[in-house]
Design a protein around this ligand. Structure first.
Ligand code: PXP
Length: 247
């Protein structure tokens, strides 16, 4: 069975669109509360909750993460940049896992995988610290052979294959090639002993093909589930995605 991690950042984005100035003290008292939503996602069958605490705190804020850490009933996966400040935060929080992602202030959302080849030393400092603390590390990478090869050398247990390029190509001529990159990447990672997760841009349409990527352990999905919940409620949105993932 493929597991579902629900990324709740977009609920926080909606909150911050109105209440950015209200301050963190009000984080649980104004709507929509992403932590309350996480609770409902878990009740609907989510296997984990993912949040990205960005440097600019544009959606999720520290208080959300701390409250989530206290109330969660499944696993908390913290997406973070490879910075000393975020490393210190994660070591104190001790989430079940961290996922290292690139962070660029100008981007609307994460736009590509982390270049572990280019940033090898920086990434290794964080993965070493997490390994010592017993926190599982995942590397969010593009499905490129050299990125996967180095990820295995860095002794992380997991990778998350970036499915964004595939999702963008879904309705165009490049779809088959992008899908093949994901399949090849998953096979290479599995052979190297890595657990294979995937995420970004997965929706209720492309999931029927995404789920056929071999060796998938978990998918992290945010935007499509939060968007569907506006119409159907979060319970139905999570349950339907899980059903499509595991028909
Ligand atoms: N995985 C990672 C590492 C991400 O950065 C994101 C986007 O925040 C997601 C998964 C979820 O992407 P989406 O919101 O497009 O489902």
């Amino acid at each position: 069975m493929i597991l579902l991690g629900v990324n709740i950042d977009h609920a926080a984005t909606l909150r911050q669109a109105r209440y950015r100035q209200a301050g963190v003290a009000m984080a649980g008292n104004i709507e929509p509360d992403p932590v309350a939503l996480a609770f409902l996602c878990e009740k609907a069958g989510a296997d984990g909750i993912t949040v990205h605490l960005r440097e600019d705190r544009r959606h999720i804020v520290e208080q959300d993460v701390l409250r989530l850490g206290a109330i969660r009933t499944t696993r908390l996966n913290l997406e973070m940049a490879c910075t000393p400040a975020m490393t210190a935060f994660a070591l104190k929080l001790k989430p079940h896992s961290v996922c290292l992602v690139p962070e660029n202030r100008a981007e609307v959302t994460t736009e590509g995988g982390l270049d572990v080849v280019k940033h090898r030393d920086k990434v290794a400092r964080v993965t070493d610290a997490m390994n010592v603390a017993g926190i599982k590390t995942s590397l969010f990478i593009d499905p490129e052979p050299e990125q996967i090869e180095l990820s295995a050398k860095l002794k992380v247990p997991w990778i998350e294959l970036h499915t964004g390029a595939y999702a963008n190509a879904y309705h165009g001529a490049g779809r088959a090639a992008e899908f093949k990159r994901l399949v090849d990447g998953a096979q290479q990672a599995h052979a190297a002993g890595l657990v294979v997760n995937a995420g970004h841009g997965i929706n209720y349409v492309n999931i029927t093909e995404v789920r056929t990527i071999p060796h998938l352990h978990e998918l992290n999905i945010g935007h499509s589930i939060i968007s569907r919940a506006l119409f159907s409620g979060i319970n139905e949105a999570v349950r339907t995605m899980k059903r499509l993932m595991n028909p």
